[in-house]
Design a protein around this ligand. Structure first.
Ligand code: TYD
Ligand code: MG
Length: 455
């Protein structure tokens, strides 16, 4: 007879499982993150099954059409609307606006003709109704339920067979078949599994809300991220009203696509021209401020990069970064020092991407270097200048993708000059430069000398 295996433990941070409990996860190093998962299946037993009916790759069946809710920023991040039977996870910090966004989206989907159900495990229906009234959505044919019992939710879905169900949040769900507390990995996994399975079987799209821990992970369910088709993050800074919806995984569209919103008194408003918004608070003549022509997903986005360089205590100066990778900042500083002879030793460096945006493109290297130089030399760059390009460790500037799209956005917003790598897309065509002066730089030393008169 097969022996019953010892209970397993799973890390709530990374999802790794272990036989024994330890204070620190051996896989990701998180402290006190292991929770009991319940007994594993007996080893040696094989699941029984039947032979599968196989299908051909070619088929006449056309895929079911997507439904767009009409909130363009939301539809685009989904890859052009909601795919029937898809499972979407939306993660974000508590209070960032996930419930608001999903209530607005669900109401719009319902108005667009999709039968929609909004299940809240965090608020009573009266509260959801009040919020909907405040958002001016009371007339939408959206149906509500306040529930946390997974069994009840599944029974309701089976009876109603809606086109879309929003579950807010996955952490509140509770299945009586699983012997652990709501929010535990076992509960999350069971709930996500049941809901995703239902989505696939009945063609109901499922949107799950997941709260994120302080260090930016969807609390516990890394596992859930693997189970769903699409993972979106809703990001923003507390003090700012901008909110970014970002696709980090999408089986039905491009990852890295973003949607930009502004939190207003009447809910989330779409931002159709995010570059203008991100640049609206810019002090155009300040030293240390540089406009980076970036790409987020398929869209160009101009953002302000701010640097402050100030004398620091001897020994270990501060390197503080908001919205960019600190390792990458270290690299840019090292290249400036080693290749251009611009030392930052003894200087504190602060770097900030304005508006609470997170930039991850290497194309921002040159804009960061320019902001650092501008701050250090107290030379402000002409205010109508955009900058982009990747810096290599040799100090050379590497061309980056989609040069023409970046330049076009800069032109559209009235910029007149671009500083970019010398070898950027030779095949730019006749449009090249039109209305923009292009300062093509072979390496960082040239930027330091020609633009900042330093080095
Ligand atoms: P909420 O959607 O409840 O956040 P989450 O579900 O991610 O926890 O948003 C809560 C915040 O949004 C709250 O601080 C109030 C603010 N808010 C507005 O500014 N305007 C609005 O119209 C609404 C509904 C909320
Ligand atoms: Mg909420």
């Amino acid at each position: 007879m097969a022996r019953t295996a010892a209970p397993a433990f799973a890390c709530t941070a990374c999802g790794a499982s272990f036989r024994k409990w330890t204070g620190r996860c051996e896989a990701c190093g998180a402290w006190n993150s292991l929770l009991e998962e319940g007994a594993a299946t007996a080893p040696g037993t094989r699941p029984r099954g039947r032979a599968l009916a196989l299908a051909d790759l070619a088929s006449d069946e056309c895929p079911p059409p997507r439904t767009a809710c009409g909130i363009i920023e939301f539809d685009r991040v989904l890859g052009g609307g909601l795919v029937p039977g898809s499972a979407v996870l939306i993660g974000g910090d508590p209070g960032i606006g996930k419930s608001t966004l999903l209530l607005q989206a669900a109401a719009r989907f319902a108005t667009a003709g999709l039968a929609c159900l909004y299940v809240s495990g965090e608020e009573a229906t009266a509260q959801v109704r009040m919020r909907a009234a405040r958002l001016g959505l009371s007339a939408a044919p959206l149906r509500l339920a306040a529930a946390t019992a997974l069994g009840d939710i599944l029974a309701t879905l089976e009876a109603e067979r809606p086109g879309l169900v929003v579950v807010d949040s996955i952490q509140t769900l509770w299945a009586d078949t699983v012997d652990s507390a709501p929010g535990s990995v076992a509960q999350l996994r069971a709930a996500a599994h049941e809901l995703v399975t239902f989505a696939k079987r009945r063609g109901t799209a499922v949107i799950l809300v997941g709260h994120v821990t302080k260090d930016g992970q969807i609390a516990g369910p890394r596992v859930v991220e693997h189970m769903v088709d699409t993972v979106l993050y809703f990001e923003g800074e507390r003090g700012h009203s901008f909110r970014i919806l970002r696709a980090v995984k999408n089986r039905f569209g491009p990852a890295d696509e973003i949607g930009v919103f502004e939190m207003t008194g009447a809910g989330l408003a779409e931002v159709t021209n995010p570059s203008a918004l991100f640049l609206s608070e810019r002090d155009r003549l300040a030293a240390g401020s540089v406009v980076f022509a970036g790409i987020e997903g398929t869209r160009p986005l101009l953002v302000e990069i701010q640097a402050l360089v100030a004398p620091g205590p001897p020994g270990s100066p501060r390197r503080s970064v908001v919205g960019w990778d600190s390792g990458r900042l270290g690299m840019v500083l090292a290249v400036l020092e080693a290749r251009c002879g611009i030392p930052f030793a003894g200087l504190d460096v602060y770097l900030n991407v304005a508006g609470g945006l997170r930039v991850s493109e290497p194309a921002a290297d040159l804009a960061v270097a320019a902001a650092l130089l501008s701050a250090r030399e107290e030379v402000s760059l002409a205010p109508d200048t955009v900058v982009f390009g990747e810096i290599s460790l040799t100090g050379a500037l590497r061309p980056v993708a989609q040069t023409e799209i970046r330049l076009k956005e800069a032109r559209k917003l009235g910029f007149t000059r671009a500083i970019l790598p010398a070898r950027a897309t030779p095949a730019d065509g006749p449009e090249e430069g039109a209305g923009l002066r292009l300062d093509r730089m072979p390496d960082l030393v040239t930027v330091v000398g020609d633009i900042f008169g330093a080095g």
